[in-house]
Design a protein around this ligand. Structure first.
Ligand code: 3K0
Ligand code: CA
Ligand code: CA
Ligand code: ZN
Length: 453
């Protein structure tokens, strides 16, 4: 979602998405009792030659703008919304891009395929991969995590890093990103060439890959064979017909602030309380467990999302003109580190670097909690595609043909962040801050662990 308007629009679409289709081309899809109802939602294209503006499209009828092309606007609309637009005289075509998982994107791995894949890799590389589950989703799926390091079964004094995929169900490219990393660290690891960068990083870091925070949402999104544009988890909301909490609004740091919805039917619903979802409880318990002898071991983290080609850093909770101004819960040095590393990473992948609140205000997201509660230098990567004029129009569902390039595109940024993990303050020429041993101010309590090699 790229704007407040779109967020609001999706609320309306969520109701509509639950309405079963009675006509249309989807009859061949076999209905299963546990499958979601087929969505009454399609992508439509409106030519902009006659000066149609997004404003016009979203003022009276809250359709979702999916993509703004050079001479068209693609919208997501239910049939009732399409009819309302037609009644207003808009010239509407069905967009050429279908929304059918089984026809378009079998190259994307399903949850079951992902699990089989990571279990296979763990079996093949037991010396450097340790597989575990950090908890279970609402529907009981394991939240799989791979630890990658030399001496992998030992907790060594090495900087730790956390990478997370699929907070949001429909952001399917992020699972592929995680699988790319698993493949890269294992296939390129070669203990006989310690100078090779991958080998060096695996030997000197402890890397955690949490493949999917939201497997229930991911399974739901494709269960019918037609993408559901599902974002949240699948936890029911008592007293409401609609399902799900936004995992990226459910973290405990300043939970309940602006930039998250109090309405269970909204796509950015914050949940009933901090970490009210089993998925976020599991993430937080895991990160909390990496607090050893009063020091958080995880130095750096990336939570992968789509889309927009952005690198975002905390805080998201600041709003309006306060965004980016000095704030008591982030020392200036830390903001400088976040910005320096964010910009350095962006220079390698062409994403746009900015503080999270510059995109829009959020509360309860992962990066705010990871930094706010643990002083982890944490980033949100919004992956491919970009979202401005001229960007490809496939939004959350890029064709499988982009997976290889769009995952490899982040390789350098990730290796850079891992390199900095032994002393992020060195990036702002303050390496001494990494060596402070006594807590002479409250912030030093939170200093990253020092690698005593
Ligand atoms: O850190 C952030 O600003 C999160 C941005 C994220 C979100 O949760 O709203 N954007 S997304 O939902 O379009 N992936
Ligand atoms: Ca190790
Ligand atoms: Ca360790
Ligand atoms: Zn997201």
């Amino acid at each position: 979602m790229r704007s407040a308007t779109r967020t609001v629009c999706v609320l309306i679409l969520l109701f509509i998405i639950l309405a079963p289709l009675t006509t249309g081309p989807w009859h061949n899809v076999e209905a299963q009792s546990e499958s979601p109802p087929l969505p009454d939602i399609q992508r439509y294209r409106i030519e902009t030659a006659n000066n149609v503006t997004t404003q016009q499209l979203t003022t009276d009828i809250a359709v979702t703008i999916d993509h703004i092309g050079p001479d068209y606007i693609d919208i997501l609309a239910a049939s009732s919304e399409r009819d309302a637009l037609l009644a207003q005289g808009f010239d509407i075509q069905l967009s050429p891009r279908p929304l059918i998982f089984s026809q378009v994107d079998q190259t994307y791995q399903t949850y079951d395929e992902m699990v089989a894949n990571i279990q296979q890799v763990a079996q093949t590389y037991p010396a450097i991969v340790q597989l575990s589950s950090i908890g279970t989703s609402y529907e009981g799926r394991p939240l799989w995590m791979a630890k990658i390091s030399d001496n992998v079964t030992t907790d060594e004094a090495e900087p730790e890093a956390l990478f997370i995929g699929q907070y949001h169900a429909r952001e399917i490219l992020t699972v592929e990103m995680m699988l790319y990393l698993l493949d890269m660290f294992t296939r390129e690891y070669d203990p006989t060439t310690p100078d090779n960068e991958i080998t060096q990083l695996v030997n000197t870091r402890e890397i955690y890959l949490l493949f999917s925070v939201n497997p229930d949402g991911g399974v739901h999104d494709i269960a019918s064979g037609i993408y559901q544009y599902w974002r949240k988890n699948r936890q029911p909301n008592e007293g409401f017909g609609c399902i799900g909490t936004d995992p990226n609004r459910n973290h405990s740091y300043r939970w309940g602030g602006t930039g998250a919805s109090v309405s269970p039917c909204d796509n950015t619903y914050r949940g009933t309380g901090p970490a009210s979802t089993p998925e976020i409880t599991a993430v937080q318990n895991f990160v909390n467990s990496r607090m050893v002898s009063g020091r958080q071991q995880i130095e750096v983290a990336i939570s992968f999302h789509t889309y927009g080609e952005l690198i975002l850093w905390p805080y998201g909770y600041q709003s309006g003109t306060a965004c980016g101004t000095p704030i008591t819960d982030m020392p200036a040095d830390d903001l400088a580190v976040l910005q320096t590393m964010g910009e350095a990473m962006a220079a390698t992948n062409g994403y746009t670097p900015q503080q999270s609140c510059k995109l829009y205000t959020t509360s309860g997201d992962f990066v705010d909690w990871a930094y706010g509660a643990h002083r982890i230098f944490a980033y949100t990567f919004e992956m491919h595609p970009c979202f401005t004029t001229g960007c490809p129009g496939y939004g959350f569902y890029p064709p499988g043909s982009v997976i290889a390039t769009e995952t490899a595109r982040n390789r350098k940024a990730i290796l850079y962040l891992l390199q900095q993990a032994d002393c992020p303050y060195a990036t702002i020429d303050k390496p001494d801050r990494c060596n402070a041993s006594s807590a002479d101010d409250e912030w030093q309590l939170w200093l990253p662990i020092i690698q005593k090699a």
